[in-house]
Design a protein around this ligand. Structure first.
Ligand SMILES: Nc1ncnc2c1ncn2[C@@H]1O[C@H](COP(=O)(O)OP(=O)(O)OP(=O)(O)O)[C@@H](O)[C@H]1O
Ligand SMILES: [Mg+2]
Length: 289
C-alpha cells in the first residue's frame, strides 16, 4: 500500500507535493494508518503526509486554476481515503462538496471514484448478471473463469426478478445474506431476521437499496483464539476469509503500476455471522500444506 502511494506521488511528478490521508474524526485504525505514514516517510523522506477529516478540509482545501488540490498552501499529489465510505461521514452538504472538489482535482485518488463504486454491493450484484462482466474482460475464457468464483446475487428492485428474490429469501432465510450499500461489515442481515426485515420493507422503495446473496457455508477447522486480557487460548471451530490486497494505478488508457500487495485472513467462530473483532473474530495467517 505505502509503496503504491509513493509510486502515485512519483507519477504526479512534483517534488513539492504531499500526500493527504482523509481520516475519520475518531479512528480505531490509527496504528495501521500511522504505519503507512511512517513507511512512506522511510521510502522517501521528502514526501509530506497530511491527515485531515472531511470536515477539516472544508476550510483548509481549495482548487487552484490548474485544478491542483491545495491544502493550507501545499500541493496534494495523492488523496488516500480512509474515510468517506459512510453517509455519517458527510454530516452536511459541505463535506459532499469537499469530496466533489477532490474528485475534480488533478490529485491521484486512492481509491478512484470508479473503484470506490465498483466495490459497492450493488455493482457486485450487477456484475453477476449475464453479459455484464464480459463487457470489461477480454474474451469468453477469462470471463468464464471469473464467473466460476461468483456466488449468487440478486437485486431487490421492483421487477419480476426482485419479487422472486424476496419470495425466495422469506421462504429460506438461512440460505441467504441481505446486504445494504455499506462497507466495513456490521450492516448485513442474516437468518430469521431476513424474513422479518423483508416482510416489513417489501412494499417500500427502500428495498431497492439492498441486495440478496447466497449464504456461503465454508469448511471449518479448529483453531486457537488468543484474546486481549487473557494469557490463555480458546480452541474453537472456525472458518476463514482470505483477502488479497493489490495496488493498481492507471487512467482510461494505461496501467502504470499493478502489483499484488499481501493478504489478510479473517477467522471467526463458525457460530458468528460476521467476523468483526467485536463479534469474536480474529486475524490468522495462511499455512500451506
Ligand atoms: N454470502 C455470505 N455468506 C456468508 N457470510 C457472509 C456472506 N457475505 C458476507 N458474509 C460475512 O459478513 C462479513 C461482511 O460482509 P461483506 O464482506 O459483504 O461486507 P463488508 O465487509 O461490509 O463490505 P466489503 O467487503 O464489500 O467492503 C464477511 O466478512 C463475512 O463474514
Ligand atoms: Mg468484506
Amino acid at each position: 500500500m505505502s509503496s503504491g502511494i509513493v509510486e502515485a506521488w512519483k507519477l504526479y511528478n512534483d517534488e513539492r507535493s504531499g500526500v493527504l490521508f482523509v481520516v475519520e474524526d475518531v479512528t480505531y485504525n490509527i496504528c495501521e494508518q500511522r504505519a503507512h505514514e511512517f513507511k512512506i516517510k522511510k521510502l522517501n523522506p521528502k514526501i509530506k503526509v497530511f491527515r485531515r477529516s472531511l470536515t477539516q478540509l472544508i476550510a483548509a482545501a481549495t482548487l487552484d486554476v490548474n485544478k491542483e488540490l491545495i491544502l493550507d498552501g501545499n500541493i496534494i499529489a495523492v488523496v488516500y481515503y480512509r474515510s468517506g465510505y459512510e453517509p455519517s461521514q458527510y454530516p452536511t452538504e459541505a463535506e459532499w462538496n469537499v469530496r466533489l472538489m477532490m474528485e475534480r482535482s488533478k490529485a491521484i485518488k486512492c481509491p478512484s471514484i470508479q473503484y470506490h463504486l465498483a466495490g459497492t454491493k450493488k455493482i457486485q450484484q450487477v456484475l453477476t448478471q449475464p453479459g455484464v462482466v464480459e463487457k470489461f474482460l477480454n474474451g469468453e475464457k477469462i470471463s468464464s473463469r471469473v464467473r466460476k468464483i461468483y456466488t449468487g446475487m440478486y437485486p431487490l428492485d421492483f421487477t419480476v426478478e426482485g419479487d422472486r428474490a424476496i419470495e425466495m429469501a422469506i421462504e429460506n432465510p438461512e440460505n441467504f445474506v441481505l446486504k445494504p450499500q455499506r462497507e466495513g461489515g456490521g450492516n448485513n442481515i442474516f437468518g430469521k431476521n431476513i424474513k422479518t426485515f423483508l416482510t416489513s420493507i417489501k412494499g417500500k422503495k427502500e428495498r431497492t437499496s439492498w441486495i440478496l446473496m447466497d449464504k456461503i457455508y465454508p469448511p471449518s477447522q479448529k483453531n486457537y483464539f488468543i484474546r486481549p486480557g487473557s494469557d490463555d487460548y480458546e480452541k474453537i471451530d472456525a472458518d476463514y476469509e482470505v483477502g488479497i490486497f493489490g495496488v493498481i494505478i492507471g487512467d482510461s488508457r494505461n496501467i502504470y503500476f499493478n502489483k499484488e500487495a499481501g493478504y489478510m485472513v479473517r477467522s471467526k467462530p463458525v457460530t458468528a455471522n460476521e467476523g468483526g473483532r467485536l463479534s469474536g473474530g480474529a486475524l490468522s495467517s495462511i499455512y500451506l500444506v
